[in-house]
Design a protein. Structure first.
Length: 498
């Protein structure tokens, strides 16, 4: 504990965002470059070095948070980077994209603002790259065993890196033309610039991991042939089966899934397209869904120059503080949070249909129907206010003008369109996810499943934790039951909840 009184004398200070008027003109990260390091030492000092650090349990990776907070306070960046990478393959990803359940589990958060754990993590990760503290770590010798990893999201990449470093020959199969899964084409650059991903992929290639892009297993490569070619197969394809909205008018033109819209905007940033065919420029946009994907759509819509944009959330607006009876510490509470995208839409006054000028959201709202014009394009959305049981409240129906609707309703499980699950004969759970046993193994010998494809839609920290854990299971399978690889979670573990 570097400063025993740090949590008493130093207030919480977060990484500041760039001014709205500046950041909406580009696709760079919204945070002020270089503004974190001057304050991060004092923020690390706020860590109490608790006897029982609940932040460990709140994070599925088991990050050694008090240890690297103390090392940052002492400015021992090399040791901090070693402790951080001991539990997390990709801290620069989680430091930008994770909603930080570790902070809600922080003991200080019982009665004060939590330690800025996520910011400290990001500072360590970035400093590690700047100072050369994250060199490739190829294995000393090869095992002679081969593994195919299907999917290059955070779960697949974590599994691949762990298995490569253990000495196995690993090939990652990705259906898109570039590696990264949702981090590549789902996450906008203003949340995480792609050079962070490219830098880590270069490290993995230097370690020996092979990547096969533009290859859909089940269509371009026969799944059974792949299974016969490798000693083990890890399925980490994510939960790409999006949820639908079965209401009248859904068939109208101008209504699209978020994951039809976001990849096109990302491809513009990659230089593949001059402009997106679904660009929101000059259009009246409604986003249905109040989660992170909806917020990603919102920030993208703002940058494309929408005329108006409103986001619909079926849940009531939560309070600004934790309900100690319903969601006691250290569980992750449902509280009102303002993302950078919400701040932007509010500051630019782009949401005339929202409840407050400072936000773009309409809470407790359910879509009744879409109406179209003479050409069959959507022109109006009818909504109604709902109660806590999602029942319509009489007399609250109203309409929003719209010519572009984006559905951000989440995902139900892995995509079945490639035939992978059917071709291998994989058993699935009732909700559509891939079934597996306590060792991450499917019903097919030598085939394992990890990440959202088996767990269901979850957080990036859970995906990385599952990737590390399935790597340990596969390593044990290939070496006869023994492994030195860490397994931070089991397939049936779940976040802390009441």
């Amino acid at each position: 504990m570097a400063d025993p009184k740090g949590f008493l004398t130093t207030p919480r200070e977060e990484w500041p965002r760039r001014p709205v008027a500046e950041r909406v003109r580009d696709w760079d990260e919204v945070l002020v470059p270089g503004a974190l390091l001057p304050v991060i030492g004092g923020q690390a000092d706020r860590c109490m070095d608790c006897g029982v650090p609940f932040c460990h349990d709140a994070c599925p990776l088991g990050n050694l948070i008090p240890e690297w907070n103390e090392l940052v306070s002492r400015e021992d960046w090399r040791a901090a980077a070693e402790r951080l990478h001991a539990t997390n393959n990709f801290p620069e990803f989680t430091g930008r994209l994770c909603p930080a359940p570790c902070e809600t589990g922080c003991v200080l958060a019982i009665n004060q603002p939590a330690v800025t754990i996520k910011n400290v993590e990001c500072a360590i990760a970035d400093r590690a790259w700047e100072e050369g503290f994250a060199p490739p770590a190829p294995p000393d010798r090869l095992s002679g065993r081969t593994v195919a990893v299907i999917g290059s999201g955070p779960a697949g990449l974590a599994a691949a890196q762990q298995l490569t470093r253990a000495g196995h020959t690993v090939a990652v199969y990705e259906r898109d033309d570039r590696v990264g899964g949702l981090m590549r084409y789902g996450i906008p650059g203003f949340k995480m610039e792609k050079h962070h991903l490219e830098r880590r992929l270069a490290q993995m290639r230097a370690e020996g991991t092979k990547f096969r892009t533009s290859t859909t297993v089940g269509r371009d490569v026969d799944a059974e042939e792949l299974r016969a070619r490798y000693d083990a197969v890890v399925i980490a394809t994510g939960a790409a089966a999006w949820r639908e909205l079965p209401v009248p008018g859904r068939e109208l033109a101008g209504i699209h899934q978020a994951m039809e819209y976001l990849p096109l905007a990302n491809r513009v940033c990659e230089g593949d397209l001059e402009s997106s065919p679904l660009s929101a420029a000059g259009r009246h946009v409604v986003i249905i869904g109040g989660g992170d994907t909806g917020a990603d759509c919102l920030g993208t819509v703002v940058r494309e120059g929408a005329a108006t944009v409103t986001q619909l959330d079926i849940y009531a607006r939560p309070g600004t503080s934790r309900d100690e009876d319903e969601e006691p510490w250290p569980t992750y509470p449902k509280v009102y949070r303002m993302s950078a995208a919400h701040e932007e839409a509010g500051a630019l006054r782009l949401a005339p249909g929202a409840e407050a000028e400072v936000d773009a959201r309409v809470f407790a709202a359910s879509t009744l129907r879409f109406a179209g014009d003479a050409e069959g394009r959507v022109c109006r959305l009818d909504l109604v206010e709902v109660d806590s049981r999602r029942r319509a409240v009489a007399g609250t129906e109203r309409s929003l003008r719209t010519d572009l609707v984006l559905l951000a309703l989440g995902f139900s499980g892995p995509d079945r369109g490639d035939g992978l699950i059917a071709r291998l004969g994989l058993e699935t759970e009732r909700r559509g996810t891939i079934a597996r046993d306590a060792g991450f193994a499917t019903n097919v010998p030598g085939v394992f499943a990890a990440g959202d494809a088996a767990r269901g839609q979850s957080l990036i920290v859970w995906a990385i934790a599952e990737g590390r854990a399935v790597a340990a299971a596969v390593d044990g399978h290939l070496t006869g039951g023994e492994t030195r690889l860490p397994a931070p979670v089991g397939p049936y573990d779940r976040p802390m909840a009441v």
